[in-house]
Ligand binder design. Structure first.
Ligand code: ZN
Length: 192
């Protein structure tokens, strides 16, 4: 099952969401089970399997795999920053994206679309989705969870768009408990 199906991510963001989360850094306990994270594209063979699961090209050699991992890591670095600071990560993303040739196409209504070039790697589709989210003002809604034990890329569907954690009952709650414990364990200055 695709992650975007499990977490009901809309189709316009699904491929980017799934690709960014091929690196799972979650290390916390949920339902009495400790998550151990993992990399869904840690070998060329696993990247090939991921492509197949997402109806993309299956041909992966060592070079294509290397480029894909670089793109995934650059996307994650970009999404981990708060939206106003993301420009700092743009040059690295530009470098990683530059090999995925895209063509500009205008449709009958005058809308501009980015189409991966024939023969170009199909991860161009991830960048197309990235671009569409950016021009429709939705890219700021794609964020990485602020919990250092999580880092899951999530879609902020709250009205104000100010969510910091992928789950307010999970990561948000743990963060609050941690802050509470830290406050309580601080020596009481007045009693010293
Ligand atoms: Zn989280």
């Amino acid at each position: 099952m695709r992650l975007s199906d499990r977490y009901e991510v809309p189709p316009g963001a699904a491929l980017l969401y799934d690709f960014a989360n091929t690196l799972d850094e979650r290390r916390y306990v949920v339902d009495h089970m400790r998550l151990t994270g993992g990399d869904a594209i840690e070998t060329p063979a696993r990247l090939g399997a991921w492509f197949k699961q997402h109806d993309l090209s299956e041909h992966v050699d060592a070079g294509a795999w290397h480029d894909a991992v670089a793109l995934r890591n650059a996307l994650r670095s970009y999404l981990k920053l708060p939206p106003p600071e993301r420009r700092a990560a743009a040059p690295a993303l530009d470098t990683a994206a530059s090999i995925y040739g895209l063509r500009v196409e205008t449709d009958a209504e005058g809308r501009v679309n980015l189409i991966p070039q024939a023969g170009a790697d199909t991860l161009g589709m991830v960048l197309v989705q990235f671009h569409l989210l950016a021009i429709t003002g939705q890219l700021d809604r794609l964020k990485a969870c602020a919990d250092p034990d999580c880092g899951w890329v999530f879609l902020d569907r709250s009205k104000p768009g100010s969510r910091r954690w992928c789950s307010s009952t999970g990561c948000g709650n743990r963060q609050k408990t941690r802050a509470y414990r830290a406050r309580r364990s601080q020596p009481n200055v007045s009693s010293v």
